[in-house]
Design a protein around this ligand. Structure first.
Ligand code: TZP
Ligand code: MG
Length: 217
C-alpha cells in the first residue's frame, strides 16, 4: 500500500479486550466500517487480550472484513502477524523494541510509531521508513493501563508542528474534544472508546465525518 495521509482522518483502534466479547467486537467493527472509518488498527493487548491461535483467527477475520469495506488494516506491535494476514501496515510503540530493527522487519508494510514527547521524537527523527506517527495520549485514557502522561492539545500541537511525518492524535479523544484536537493541524484522530463504547456508532461517525469535512479546504 502506498501511504496516503488521508487515511489517518478517522482511525479506529480496537481489540477484543476493549469490548464485552468477540461477537461484540465484530459487530462494533462492522458498524464502524459501514459508517466511515478510514483506517483500522487491530490492537489485541492488555488484560483479557487473545493470544496465539485465537489472535490469529480473529486477525484473519478482521483482514477479510476490512478488505470487504476497502479500509486499510494496521496490526499493533506484531509484525509477524501483519505479514501472515497480509495487513497493510504495522504500528509500534517505543517500548516495543528498537525502532530501527522494527522498521527493517516491517519490509513493505506501512509503519506507524507512537510518540509521546520530544525525547521520543528525537529518538526516531533520523530514521528512514516511517510513514506516520501516533501522538499522545492527548488526554487521560482508560483504554491503556501503561499510557504515558497526557500531553494536552498544546503538547500535541508542538509535536505536529515538529513532525516531518503525517501525524495522528490518540488518547482520550471524544466527541466533545475532537474539534480542539483537529484544530492543531493533525492529519487525523485515532480512538478506541469513542467508538467501542458508543451507544450509536453511525451517529458518532457521522459527527466525526462532518467535523473532518469542515476542516478540509
Ligand atoms: N495509545 C495511547 S493512548 C491509547 C493508546 C492505544 C488508548 C486510546 O484509547 P481511547 O479510549 O481512545 O482513549
Ligand atoms: Mg505497541
Amino acid at each position: 500500500m502506498r501511504f496516503d495521509p488521508a487515511v489517518l482522518a478517522r482511525y479506529f483502534v480496537c481489540g477484543t479486550q476493549d469490548v464485552a466479547n468477540e461477537t461484540v467486537f465484530f459487530d462494533v467493527l462492522t458498524q464502524a466500517l459501514q459508517s466511515g472509518i478510514t483506517l483500522f488498527q487491530y490492537r489485541e493487548k492488555g488484560p483479557g487480550a487473545l493470544t496465539g491461535n485465537d489472535k490469529l483467527r480473529v486477525a484473519q477475520q478482521v483482514r477479510d472484513l476490512t478488505q470487504q469495506y476497502d479500509v486499510p488494516l494496521i496490526i499493533n506491535d506484531d509484525v509477524a502477524l501483519a505479514h501472515t494476514v497480509h495487513a497493510d501496515g504495522v504500528h509500534f510503540g517505543q517500548g516495543d523494541g528498537e525502532p530501527a530493527e522494527n522498521i527493517q522487519t516491517a519490509g513493505n508494510l506501512v509503519v506507524g510509531i507512537s510518540v509521546s514527547n520530544q525525547q521520543e521524537y528525537a529518538r526516531i527523527a533520523h530514521l528512514a521508513g516511517i510513514d506516520h506517527i501516533g501522538v499522545g495520549p492527548v488526554y487521560p485514557t482508560t483504554s491503556k493501563a501503561d499510557a504515558k502522561p497526557a500531553i494536552g492539545v498544546t503538547g500535541l500541537q508542538t509535536l505536529v508542528a515538529t513532525s516531518q511525518w503525517p501525524s495522528v492524535a490518540i488518547g482520550g479523544i471524544q466527541t466533545d474534544n475532537l474539534a480542539a484536537v483537529l484544530a492543531t493541524g493533525v492529519d487525523g484522530a485515532a480512538v478506541i472508546s469513542m467508538i467501542s463504547q458508543s451507544q450509536n456508532i453511525a451517529a458518532t461517525l457521522a459527527f466525526w465525518q462532518q467535523i473532518t469535512t469542515k476542516k478540509e479546504p
